[in-house]
Design a protein around this ligand. Sequence first.
Ligand code: 5AD
Ligand code: SF4
Length: 477
Amino acid sequence: MKNIKIALPSLKEARSRKNNNIETIRYRLDNKYNSLGKGKTYYIFTYGCQGNEADSEVMAGILESVGYTLSTDPMNSDVVLLNTCAIRENAEQRIWGVLGQLKGRKRENPDMIVGICGCMPQEENATQKILESYDFIDLVFGTHNRDHLPELIYQAYLTKAKVVEVLSNEGNILEDAPKVRASHHKAWVNIMFGCDEFCTYCIVPYTRGRERSRAKNDIINEVKELVKEGYKEVTLLGQNVNAYGKDLAGDYTFGDLLYDLDKTGIERIRYTTSHPRDLDLKTMEAMRDCKSVMPHLHLPVQSGDDEILKKMNRKYTYDEYMTKVNKLKELVPEISLTTDIIVGFPNETNEQFENTLKLCKEVGFEGAFTFIYSKREGTPAAKMEDNVSDSEKHERLNRLNEIINEGYLKGHQRFVGKTVEVLVDGESKNGDGMMCGYSPNLKLTHFKSSDLSLIGKTVKVKITEAKTWFMIGELCE
Ligand code: 5AD
Ligand code: SF4
């Protein structure tokens, strides 16, 4: 297939933090694409974080605005997009696997447009591999230009060539793009994009660009609109939400935003992800004062060892992390804390790993995403020598998970006998006459009922049993 290369990624450029002004642009569809997808179907496979889920909702909105409808047979749609994740090698392996399956489908249906987008194309070596070894892919674009989607598809149809547009520098902030939200009662709300932290193991500052905050009024208006539409919960999204506003004029912070959003009438506010260094007192006070801000905080610690934290460029110590956690527990005693932890960072010693276990016990995390360190080409840690064997890394992960799993169970046990408010998501997966939803502390809760009209409503459930991964309770009349 012939290539149209509009732009290719460059890690060097992505690393630079230029001082050019970021502008807010209002999405407008060029009339020439109005019926681009008439009578055609689409499907988006989404991998990775909530940021990608939110991006897929925008791409679905854009596709539906030009006439595409959601396919019931994903592998046989007219347009198939893979919205990818680059955070760890195993995330990428899964995507190469799905591409392998799509290759066969494309052979049977040559008119199908296959696109790969999101974080993977932002990596130089991934895009090179796509261009060299995955010739059947029609579209390659990154995280900064999803609003160009109609134009890119149009070009692919028109030219029958591979269209590649991966911008290395972040684009402007896109407002007013159409969205097809996956839920009718819970919504993602991006408050900022990108990350300037440059943790040494992490590819995100390169794939997502520099920190850009949305204007506060755009966020507040979006939440007000969601309230009008009947939404009950918003999750504010950003790689480091605590840095919200630092790139804008004035001194409006994330804490201020929480106080303002509390006044919109939205029932529940959650947010992710936080950086411990930037978590400030005002945010903690907002968690105490605002009824709608839920008592759960995901506060990635990554390691409990000061030397490893330094090598990771996390910019806090064990003690500084604990000071913030203790303050938060003082202000919001009912809080549940969860975290992210990496084991087997280059040259992590057993003693250093033990410090991580110590911290976990001291905090009493009620859940965690735990990972084995994965080398990401282009990051500073990729150049560090690593003498930790694979078996040692797996053993550490198992030891850590044992403690974390105890934390999950304890986090559920503390609610047994209590009544919690559950925002109902739907029927439980095993279909045994149970329904489920989440409590304020983000505990998955199952209760007996088959009343589908409860979906999207908040009900009271008395907790009768705690398991490791969920709680069980009885619906209160
Ligand atoms: N290897 C393993 N885990 C990683 N994370 C980010 N980069 C890597 C990596 N190279 C984890 C961190 C982060 C979460 C989203 O993914 O724990 O908080
Ligand atoms: Fe990656 Fe660190 Fe930014 Fe999180 S804060 S996205 S771990 S660089």
